[in-house]
Write a protein that binds this ligand. Sequence first.
Ligand code: ZN
Length: 133
Amino acid sequence: MKPTHIEHIGIAVKNLDESIAYYQKVLGLECYAVEEIKDQKVKTAFFKVGQTKIELLESTDPEGPIGKFLEKKGEGIHHLAFAMDDVSGALKEAGEKGIRLIDKQPRKGAEGLSIGFLHPKSTHGVLTEFCGK
Ligand code: ZN
């Protein structure tokens, strides 16, 4: 496997609107999409920085993954997503290399992309996502 670039950086935020304002007014980036992902219990907002996106994640349920993350760690970087040509093959390969997988098979993420996560206990502390078409 070989990631082609950093697809996005996922950042957990308490308030999506306030965070969007920061990225727009201070950094001068443009929010081009806001999307709720019901099964992840999040609302997301996207910005582009070159080829890489910033994905802001606001929890819609304190029991969801971002709700729990915010309670434990507060706001901040939540995960790092690598662009992969073949998400399914990359997950399989990581599993074969002894990495603990959160997703053995790709599932549908934001923007209709195929995604899968590796467990941070296996990746030196970084919740890692593979992301592709
Ligand atoms: Zn992500």
